[in-house]
Design a protein around this ligand. Structure first.
Ligand code: AP5
Ligand code: ZN
Length: 213
């Protein structure tokens, strides 16, 4: 399966991706996770991306298209993939179409994690992540067994630098102006399914599984 998960910050893309990935043996390609890893290790790519990410703006199309093109060549992505957080502009969606055409494939399904802006601040400000695995927790909705500690490795959890109310406003603005047109782009191609992303995590999982079965 070749899937795209699209939705605003905190809509649950990163929470549902690992579940779907394991179920269908796909690779999970999160441009946000890949960019954060590049920023943390101060690669040239990371240095270019950092300022936009810290302020909640999008990084350039060129930068993210490059990392996706490279990642899709990995052997583990040949069976299929979940694109989480990409494409986020119509230009990125067009580039993706070109990339897939070159490989003789296309997108099977786009899941739109639809949710009202008003619930996202609580989700974002309560999130804690385990950076090396990408696992995320929430102080209220998905608490770790021990506060501040990853359940599996016992390593410390951190908060993302952009997970505060102020930067969230910029991220949401970027979503509405630049990413919403991408939803229309896929609706016109008749590959879009809407998910009720405001429901509890397990209910969202069932809806996602139904959409993909
Ligand atoms: P990115 O990392 O993609 O961030 P985002 O889109 O803002 O999305 P989030 O990761 O915040 O949300 P999510 O939907 O994954 O939420 P999660 O499941 O964790 O991008 C970061 C930055 O990188 C961008 O701002 C940009 O600068 C750059 N970037 C990335 N891709 C780019 C691109 N293609 N082009 C240009 N720039 C790009 O859930 C959030 C919290 O809620 C968690 O704590 C979770 O436990 C909890 N939760 C999840 N589901 C539920 C539920 N159903 N009920 C209650 N709580 C829930
Ligand atoms: Zn995410």
């Amino acid at each position: 399966k070749r899937l795209i998960f699209i939705g605003p910050p905190g809509s649950g893309k990163g929470t549902q991706s690992p579940i779907v990935k394991d179920e269908f043996c796909l690779c999970h390609l999160s441009t946000g996770d890949m960019l954060r890893a590049a920023v943390a290790s101060k690669t040239p790519l990371g240095l270019k991306a950092k300022e936009a990410m810290d302020t909640g703006a999008l990084v350039t199309d060129e930068l993210v298209v490059g990392i996706i093109d490279e990642a899709m060549n990995k052997p583990k992505c040949q069976k299929g993939f979940i694109l989480d957080g990409f494409p986020r502009t119509v230009a990125q969606a067009e580039k993706l179409d070109e990339m897939l055409k070159k490989r003789g494939t296309g997108i099977d399904k786009v899941l739109n994690f639809a949710i009202d802006d008003s619930v996202l601040e609580e989700r974002i400000t309560g999130r804690w992540i385990h950076p090396s695995s990408g696992r995320s927790y929430h102080t209220k909705f998905a608490p770790p067994k021990t506060p501040g500690v990853d359940d599996i490795t016992g390593e410390p959890l951190i908060q993302r630098k952009d997970d505060n109310a102020e930067v969230l406003r910029s991220r949401l603005a970027a979503f509405h102006t630049q990413t919403e047109p991408v939803i229309d782009y896929y609706a016109k191609k008749a590959v879009l399914t809407n998910i009720h992303a405001e429901k509890a995590p397990q209910e969202v999982t069932s809806e996602v599984q139904k959409a993909l079965s």
